[in-house]
Ligand binder design. Structure first.
Ligand code: MIC
Ligand code: SF4
Length: 648
């Protein structure tokens, strides 16, 4: 049978289920990654699973998100993560070593292997033929403990690349073009697989950029073949022995095919407030720009920063525009320092930030009121920059550098300069001393006062009645549900973090839920299409769970968030018609009829709206295993019960 590259990797790792699109399957996970903002919770959960050491080939714990350290909380989390890594034999990447996806791509990703990461941009490693999937922290904890990962066997979308990119057009423009075609909705349960003659013109890091931001389509992951370009990159990183070839069979069949002629792609931009609002840059030319930020896991490689530096060399940043550069890793920082590009950036007036997520997650660099900010990141959700009124546009490093010089949105082809040609070195400066390898199963992890126990939910009650506490529209992101930025310090303190659920939409939400819970009633949320887009943060399920939310009713859900809801015992229920959605209002008292008895795969549930007296049906996509988990009150409870039964 002819297979796509994605299907080959799935078949090699399949441990349960039938390899048929739409079926639930389980795959073996070879590597995991966590980052600090999701990692503390993941490791608290790993501790609750009572294993002695990790059972993956390699697990990495990165510190890259919370590094502002405006108090003891971040540093306590770092210390806990380093100590718990030692306890279980996880490799620990110290603060300063770089952004998880960039460092993983440079030093640890391997073609042919599987990677599960507690961050939605884990698919970055798909740029080198790795099956790399983002998930909630609890799923990653389970993978570290040796559990397989459950997902829906995907439909594979083939993206055939032909031609070669024009000068000043780069990988970011390719993924923005893909987003303009696929959009941010309707791709749940698919994999974007790239193939075709155009691939030979894309370096490994270009492919990483495209795979990284493929997360914004909502697809399970993106995948590039592993070829001679992949091999050259691994060789330059001193890791050629990890290379293996991977490509689709010549007559493999994709469920849908898209053809992209790279030579026809123009510079593009994603306009506020969605990565899917893509327009050709020309439509925005001349717009005043207050801030430019170059970095994030999408565009912070040596190629990207060297390109920006060459465009800025001998020029100054415009008087009314601020420019910040965030190198993706210590390796990148070392390289731009050695190559002289760092000097060009400093001379131009750029501010050099640490190798962290930083501005991308609203941790510093919030722009001024009503600012226009051009960023090379992957997300421009409203308020994510830290400034509610800011307009964030997502662009390539070339477009960002041009705007920094002129102070307005400018097509870099109109700067009147020759397009710099960046040569990626044959040998990268390799120094892994910032990733610590230790293992002592007797070592006691060190906890600070802000670090609580892992949250557990109660099993699903016989009678499930409660109040609608919020009705929201389409494309609600997990940033809307639980904000990052200045609230990130509470990632390890669920009770405190829960105060900020839906803070930007309805600051009274948490208090209403707590009051209702006090009188013995549960809480419900109502949403539109694509509920739970964006970040993998499981806090978007844990904190609502803590506030007594037992079900979310929506027109459709995104993949990672659905899994997180189930993992924490919350029912993701599908509203079948627009009328059902419009009929539900804040304050309505709902009852889900006999959920413990009636919950079964493919079977609708009945809901009574006691406020209007109406009854309606709701669907769901829960598998038998998902249902067992919800009934048990979440994945941790379910595993504990299963292990208890196994022992008895
Ligand atoms: C993001 O880009 O939104 C984050 C911050 O990296 C998240 C993870 C988190 O919220 O900690 C993600 O993409 O999963
Ligand atoms: Fe960090 Fe931004 Fe990448 Fe998320 S998208 S991992 S916040 S750099």
């Amino acid at each position: 049978m002819s297979l796509t590259a994605a299907e080959k990797l799935i078949h090699e790792h399949l441990v349960e289920g039938r390899p048929v699109p739409g079926e639930r399957i389980a795959i073996r996970i070879d590597q995991t990654l966590t980052q600090d903002a999701t990692g503390t919770m993941a490791f608290l959960q790993l501790e609750a699973l009572h294993v002695d050491s990790i059972r993956t080939e390699l697990s990495l714990s990165y510190v890259d998100h919370n590094m502002v350290q405006n108090g003891f909380e971040n540093a306590d989390d770092h210390r806990y993560l380093q100590s718990v890594a030692k306890r279980y034999g996880v490799r620990f990447s110290r603060p300063g070593n770089g952004i998880c996806h960039q460092v993983h791509f440079e030093r640890f990703a391997l073609p042919g292997k599987t990677l599960l990461g507690s961050d939605s941009h884990t698919p970055t490693a798909g740029g080198m033929g790795m099956l790399a999937i983002g998930a909630g922290g609890l799923d990653v904890a389970c993978a570290m403990a040796g559990e397989p990962f459950w997902l829906t066997y995907p439909e594979v979308t083939g993206i055939r690349l032909t031609g070669e990119l024009q000068d000043f057009v780069s990988a970011k423009d390719v993924i923005l073009r893909v987003l303009s075609i696929l959009t941010t909705e309707g791709n749940v349960g698919t994999i974007n697989e790239y193939f075709g003659d155009g691939l030979v013109h894309l370096h490994a890091q270009d492919r990483a950029t495209i795979a990284n931001m493929g997360a914004e389509t909502g697809a399970t992951t993106s995948l590039f073949p592993s070829d001679e370009i992949t091999r050259a990159f691994l060789k330059a990183q001193g890791r050629e022995d990890g290379w293996r070839p991977l490509r689709a069979d010549p007559d493999a069949v994709y469920s849908k095919e898209i053809e992209l002629d790279l030579s026809g792609i123009e510079p593009m931009a994603a306009c506020p407030h969605s990565p899917g609002n893509v327009v050709p840059l020309g439509e925005l030319a001349g717009t005043r720009v207050d801030q430019v930020c170059i970095g994030s896991c999408t565009n912070s490689s040596f190629r990207d920063l060297a390109m920006a530096a060459e465009i800025l060399a001998g020029r100054k940043v415009s008087d009314n525009t601020g420019l910040t550069i965030g190198p993706g890793s210590r390796q990148v920082l070392t390289m731009i320092a050695q190559s002289g590009h760092l000097n060009s950036l400093i001379d131009s007036g750029a501010r050099i930030a640490e190798s962290t997520c930083g501005f991308c997650i609203g941790n510093g660099m919030a722009p001024c009121t009503d600012a226009v900010s051009l960023r090379t990141a992957n997300r421009n959700f409203e308020g994510r920059s830290g400034t509610a009124s800011a307009q964030v546009f997502l662009v390539s490093p070339e477009v960002a550098a041009a705007a920094a010089i002129t102070g307005e949105i400018t097509d870099p082809r109109e700067l009147g300069i020759v397009c710099p040609s960046i040569t990626v070195p044959d040998a990268f400066p390799v120094d892994d001393s910032m990733t610590i390898v230790e293992h002592d199963p007797t070592f006691e992890p060190v906890r600070g006062p802000n670090i609580g126990p892992p949250p557990l939910s109660k099993s699903l009650p016989e009678k499930l009645a409660g109040k609608v506490q919020l009705v929201v529209g389409d494309k609600i992101t997990t940033d809307h549900i639980i904000p990052a930025g200045k609230r990130l310090i509470y990632r390890s303190n669920i009770d405190r973090y829960s105060d900020f659920v839906f803070e930007g939409i309805d600051p009274a939400f948490a208090a209403r839920c707590r009051a209702n819970l006090q009188i013995g009633s549960f809480n419900f949320i109502v949403g539109g299409e694509s509920y739970g887009q964006g970040s993998s943060r499981e806090h978007a399920a844990i904190c609502p769970m803590h506030l007594g939310v037992k079900a979310v009713f929506a027109r459709s859900f995104e993949r990672i968030h659905t899994a997180n809801l189930v993992n924490f015992g919350i029912l993701p229920l599908l509203l079948e018609t627009e009328e059902d959605y419009s009929a539900l209002k804040i304050g309505h008292e709902l009852e889900i009829v006999n959920p413990r008895e009636r919950l079964a795969p493919g079977k609708a549930l009945t809901v009574i709206d006691h406020t209007t007296g109406e009854r309606f049906e709701v669907g769901h996509t829960l598998s038998g295993r998902d249902i067992e988990m919800v009934l048990a009150g979440g994945l941790l409870n379910w595993i504990r019960c299963r292990d208890r039964e196994d022992r008895s």
